[in-house]
Design a binder for this molecule. Sequence first.
Ligand SMILES: Cc1cc2nc3c(=O)[nH]c(=O)nc-3n(C[C@H](O)[C@H](O)[C@H](O)COP(=O)(O)OP(=O)(O)OC[C@H]3O[C@@H](n4cnc5c(N)ncnc54)[C@H](O)[C@@H]3O)c2cc1C
Length: 411
Amino acid sequence: MKKINYDVIIIGAGPAGMVAAGYLEKTAVSVRVLEKQHFPRFTIGESLIPRCMDNFAEAGLLEDLQKENYQKKTGARFIKNGKIAEFDFSKKFGAGWDWTWQVPRADFDLKLTESIQKRGVEIDFGMEVISAAYNDGQWDIVYKNPDGILGSLSSRFIIDASGNGRVLAGLLELEAPAKIYNHSSIFTHIQEENRPVGKEGTQITFEIINTGVWFWYIPFSNGISSLGFVGENDWFETFSGSQDEIFKQMLNQCEFYKDRFTGQKQLFEPVKLSGISKNVQLLHGEGFALAGNSAEFLDPVFSSGVAFATESGLLSAKLATRQLGGEVIDWDKEYTQHIQKAINVFATYVKEWYTGRLQDIFFTDNASEKVKKQICAVLAGYVWNSKNPFVRNHDKAIRNLHRLLHAEKIN
Ligand SMILES: Cc1cc2nc3c(=O)[nH]c(=O)nc-3n(C[C@H](O)[C@H](O)[C@H](O)COP(=O)(O)OP(=O)(O)OC[C@H]3O[C@@H](n4cnc5c(N)ncnc54)[C@H](O)[C@@H]3O)c2cc1C
């Protein structure tokens, strides 16, 4: 029988792939990473949430990241019609990290790969996986380099962390209709002149343009700030011109930030993405697991993408290790159910954000501190704590609270 090259091949060196690699490196499992691009490479997804920190720690990545002086994120601010709602992660319900970072992903993802390489894991950059076939417990994987030259490797298991490359979802025809099909985004970076000192120049803020559209301001510690809009395609279609012109017209609709950001030098022409939500029919199969965006992505509104990527990267690596060690793993129970729980909670919050109910709750003067803490724990990514009623009864809790607040307003 042909020798199998590696126990696990990871496709993609973003956060999902690097957290998986970090966990596997600590075990007896042999691992190699194939990455299509050369790093540093730009990608979006710059506001982390505290749950990521648990995953970076468990993958042995936290210590290196902590040396990088990224902008600390201790909460988030939302602004709508001049009203402000702030969440402070130190005031959340239950245990967990009280802070995380706002990160320029080109640099952050590079640091993740360097930290992993330092530990001896091979990452091949510029290698695009183009096919993978599974037979008799063995994957045969074909990749090509930028010159089009083909190579092949074999493994017992694949963790597909290829993000929007969605390698296995494509090859195995696992794509499913997205849960949110009508949202687009446009974003750029600026080197902000005269950035205010203190909170105004460090705190992540979301300005709500209307119920279906919002703007983000994410300042980094390197003086660069990320600006972007997310929302319904219909709203995007009301603008015309070059991406630059469109972005300027959109900025003009920000009551709070219009004056501050209009005329600031952009570091690249605004990038527009459509169809940002992704979905699959299943999260695992014989000899493989899908992690991060290669599996599912809902919406950027609660910055859950990297948390989900690291959670699924870590868990898939743990389960693959046990399986390769001879254990029979119930992947539905141990993987799909855990990941699906998070997807379900965030899906409710995303949905209720765009119905406007959650926005009403954020900006009401009448919500109790207790409720705010429970919602704050969800925003921090602690979405498995069944002691939190806003996790346990997520689908009903928001609607019931909204009804109650609305009734109080009427009376
Ligand atoms: C507009 C927008 C805003 C967002 N904002 C946030 C935010 O504020 N916070 C947040 O947490 N998330 C955010 N996200 C989501 C976030 O971008 C992703 O969830 C996150 O980057 C997923 O990480 P990943 O490791 O799964 O994939 P990625 O980081 O995309 O990494 C996948 C890697 O796989 C490689 N690859 C692809 N195809 C192949 C192939 N065939 N062979 C080999 N390698 C391959 C790619 O080159 C890439 O480097 C946002 C998303 C959008 C669209």
